[in-house]
Design a protein around this ligand. Sequence first.
Ligand SMILES: C[S@@+](CC[C@H](N)C(=O)[O-])C[C@H]1O[C@@H](n2cnc3c(N)ncnc32)[C@H](O)[C@@H]1O
Length: 278
Amino acid sequence: MPDAGQPDAGQPSAGRPNADQPGYRLYRELAGWWPLISPPHQYAQEATYLAAVLSSTAAVPVHEVLDLGSGGGHVAAHLKDRFDLTLVDISADMLAVSRRLNPECRHLRGDMRTARLARTFDAVLAHDAVDYITGHDDLARVIETAFAHCWPGGIAVFVPDYVKDDFREFTGAGGGTDAAGRRASFTERTWDPDPSDDWVQAEYEFTLRGADGAVEVIRETHRLGAFGRDAWLRVLAGAGFVPGSGLAGRALPGRAPDHLFIGHRPVQPGPGTTPPAA
Ligand SMILES: C[S@@+](CC[C@H](N)C(=O)[O-])C[C@H]1O[C@@H](n2cnc3c(N)ncnc32)[C@H](O)[C@@H]1O
């Protein structure tokens, strides 16, 4: 599919990026380093699993998929052969990175809390970008966005990195190189300053070495959501989804993510359920 580029005035909009978006440098001026910091091949196993979930869990055949918070398109790169993907991200810089990797996918700039594309999809996916949702009201808005874009019988799949119930402080590291001779590495420490709230804090240190050998070290603190499982299930149900994995006892290919929440959009609307946005 040709790249739709930024939505034109008068065309369906993915919603206006919200002015209170934290605007982490990683997803703005450092976006060009994303393929080295978190290389696409690292997503292959999890994407294989997600592809199996998408194709085997909904009540309808899944072909068209909306990816909310698609970032550099590293998950999408492993899904695009099997699904027709529409990729939405709040960052124009990250969309530019993804367009280079996934020129055949439709890209739209938008906020997963407010995006309204005036159409529905067989499935909606919000991978690790949903980590950037740190409050209950915003989580409800994201799930409403997913519901509004989900065809009856379709599913929404959410893959948060952190859930309050089993959060443990951890440290990690990673990185990569590119053909131009650039090298990126990072360390991270993710901890919970206050277990009574719904977010944790990731302290990153990025070491970026340009092709000319110039080195820059950047430290950035990110606030990431860590809601309880009950909260996820409650908000899914509140939006009109039937929460549940439907995966019990099933062996799927690839690697299962640590956390996965699935909302099934009923074929028949329940009492009080909002009709599709399209
Ligand atoms: C960790 S990256 C996602 C990486 C992605 N899974 C990939 O395959 O490359 C997080 C992304 O979430 C996006 N993001 C954060 N808040 C958002 C929001 N409210 N709406 C849409 N995108 C958002 C950021 O711009 C960033 O691109």
